[in-house]
Design a protein around this ligand. Structure first.
Ligand SMILES: NC(=O)c1ccc[n+]([C@@H]2O[C@H](COP(=O)([O-])OP(=O)(O)OC[C@H]3O[C@@H](n4cnc5c(N)ncnc54)[C@H](OP(=O)(O)O)[C@@H]3O)[C@@H](O)[C@H]2O)c1
Length: 343
């Protein structure tokens, strides 16, 4: 007999994802349905990301994901079954990770099926909630900090240091030995200092662009976790040292044709203007390799999740309403199984 599970599902979107999702009951995926490289996981905790709602609300979702669909990329959970081709994890093991592409059946459910290559072992002593809050935000932050640039002596500007990606990025930049300036607003200034920022600019108190312009070409790397205007990119050839790098993470509030065209244009321009400024757009990649590096830093106490707020599985619409305010400090997490395990 096939057991049942609770899961959030959406089919048609007339407005926001938070109004389109419904908590429904459906069959738990079976071990026999697993294909090569897949594991079946009992989900303990989930963290949500802006892309969880941006993609379903964009023109791209209907062509990339079949519906009804379960949203959610990131999780920490226990392996219930693994395909015979999987040799990295065993039944009963705690793992964390996230889908690298928006799946049809995501993590906002009591069980999910994911490839082993998108997961890593939960480090001993790390709470599952902490690990669930890593995944996409943390792997994105790590990819935004190229190791050949971010090293002791390097100077970095991270636009948006207090959100999910930013809060991980600040800690990683610190662990990598860079000196860095970041931006955020209000009470997040103190948080960014605690996460290791050498200097914090409150974008509501000062004109960031004017402030940075006055410094001249002092940065080895500029990371844009916000992307709501092109001002920072336009300024980057002035504030980056010759051959410096501009990394694009955020593309503003929505995913539309304009933002995609902007990324393509900037990437093409960079290949024409070699030597003036390097540019790349981070593409989320939850690989075992990146997740394991993050797990190691968490186990060593070099990085930890900043949790903004917690919701129960039944409260997922409220969690998206909160995320959409676009002032999350660290991560929003969902407790699915109601367990807190240490070690
Ligand atoms: N390329 C990729 O693969 C990838 C992966 C993950 C995320 N993303 C994108 O990256 C962006 C950040 O993601 P996230 O998960 O960190 O989002 P988030 O947790 O919702 O964080 C949003 C943050 O943006 C900050 N912010 C808003 N306006 C700002 C401004 N004008 N200047 C500086 N900071 C500002 C807020 O800081 P305050 O509250 O301090 O104002 C808030 O903490 C989103 O657009 C997301 O879609 C891209």
């Amino acid at each position: 007999m096939v057991g049942t599970m609770k899961m959030w599902q959406y089919a048609h979107l007339e407005a926001g994802l938070e109004d389109a999702i419904h908590l429904v009951t459906g069959p738990i995926p079976t071990a026999s349905s697993l294909v090569k490289d897949q594991i079946l996981v009992r989900v303990l905790n989930v963290s949500i990301n802006p892309v969880d709602y941006k993609l379903p609300e964009s023109f791209m979702e209907s062509i990339s994901v079949r519906r009804p669909a379960i949203p959610g990329l990131d999780f920490c959970g226990r392996v219930i079954a693994a395909h015979t081709s999987v040799h990295t994890f065993t039944e009963g093991q705690l793992v964390f990770g996230g889908f690298s592409r928006t799946p049809q059946n995501g993590t906002l459910a009591e069980y999910t099926v994911i490839t082993a290559a998108e997961c890593a072992a939960l480090p001993v002593g790390i709470d599952p909630e902490q690990a669930a809050a890593a995944a996409t935000a943390a792997t994105t932050a790590l990819q935004s900090l190229p190791i050949d640039v971010v090293k002791p002596g390097a100077t970095v500007f991270i636009n948006g240091g207090s959100g999910g990606v930013g809060s991980w990025g600040l800690q990683f930049a610190k662990a990598m030995g860079a000196r860095f300036v970041t931006s955020c607003s209000g009470t997040a200034v103190e948080l960014c200092k605690q996460l290791g920022a050498d200097e914090v600019i409150d974008y509501r108190e000062s004109d960031i662009i004017a402030e940075l312009k006055g410094r001249g070409a002092v940065f080895d790397l500029v990371v844009d976790n916000v992307g709501n205007t092109s001002d920072l990119y336009d300024l980057s050839s002035t504030i980056l040292k010759p051959g410096g790098t501009f990394v694009q993470v955020g593309i503003g509030g929505t995913m539309d044709l304009k933002s995609i065209a902007m990324i393509v244009k900037r990437s093409l321009l960079t290949s024409v203007l070699v030597g003036r400024r390097n540019y790349y757009f981070v593409k989320a990649n939850n690989s075992t390799e990146l997740l394991t590096q993050i797990a190691q830093w968490m186990a060593e106490g070099k990085a930890k999740a900043v949790i903004d707020c917690r919701f129960a599985l039944e409260e997922v619409p409220q969690s998206f309403r909160q995320l959409k305010k676009r002032h999350t400090r660290g991560k929003i997490v969902i407790r699915v199984a109601g367990l807190r395990l240490a070690g």
